[in-house]
Design a protein around this ligand. Structure first.
Ligand code: FE2
Ligand code: FE2
Length: 208
């Protein structure tokens, strides 16, 4: 698993994520031990903050769309094991939505959805798979697993990047929440691979 490190070593000039250093050199810096306190107005006007909020709105839309998609995939799946995996992750996804709402709150922003074309496309692909595979077949499950993993990989890329940005910008509590969700997406991806490789792919291969 490609778990990202919490080190803030990339292009940052501000030292570690727990430092309260302002990149602007403002004289109004306030030291805070557990969470960086940065001048709120400066923070909310920065291009990076705007991008961060916009990306949060994107994944907030995506998570809500995923809840619905997982319901359809659960209904369409052949095996009980895959149905359960989709159901479990649907419950987790509801938590992802409420964690995002907490993240918005932590950075003084309002939760809002922004249409995410990427996830719409990935979900549409899943719907096409349901239409083009036979009901009750193992081929359908093998294909649905891949469709679900495409969703997970989109989420992993998003949460991995946003957690790192949150650390860089001193939003440590928000970063913790994003990391928690990232871990659950990675675990789900891993579990889906396990299900596929245990028997679903082999059984699908026997179908004609
Ligand atoms: Fe999620
Ligand atoms: Fe997910």
């Amino acid at each position: 698993m490609a778990t990202k490190t919490l080190d803030n070593k990339d292009n940052s000039t501000t030292g570690t994520g727990t430092s309260s250093t302002s990149t602007t050199g403002s004289s109004k810096k306030t030291a805070s031990v557990d969470n960086a306190t940065v001048d709120k107005n400066e923070m909310s006007n920065s291009p990076l903050h705007k991008f961060f909020v916009s990306a949060l709105k994107d994944i907030y839309y995506a998570e809500n769309a995923i809840i619905e998609a997982l319901g359809k995939m659960q209904e369409a799946a052949t095996t009980e094991e895959l149905k359960e995996a989709f159901e479990d992750h649907q419950l987790q996804t509801q938590k992802h939505v409420s964690r995002l709402e907490k993240v918005f709150k932590l950075i003084n922003e309002t939760p809002e959805k922004k249409e995410c074309k990427a996830i719409k496309g990935i979900i549409e692909e899943g719907e096409e798979i349901i239409k083009s595979t036979e009901e009750g077949s193992m081929t359908r499950d093998a294909a649905l697993i891949i469709a679900a993993q495409k969703v997970e990989h989109y989420e992993i890329a998003t949460y991995g990047g946003l957690a790192q940005l949150a650390i860089t910008m001193g939003h440590d509590k928000a970063a913790d929440l994003l990391e928690k969700t990232l871990q659950e997406e990675e675990d789900t991806d891993y579990d889906l691979t396990e299900i596929a490789e245990t028997y679903i792919n082999f059984d699908a291969e026997q179908e004609d």
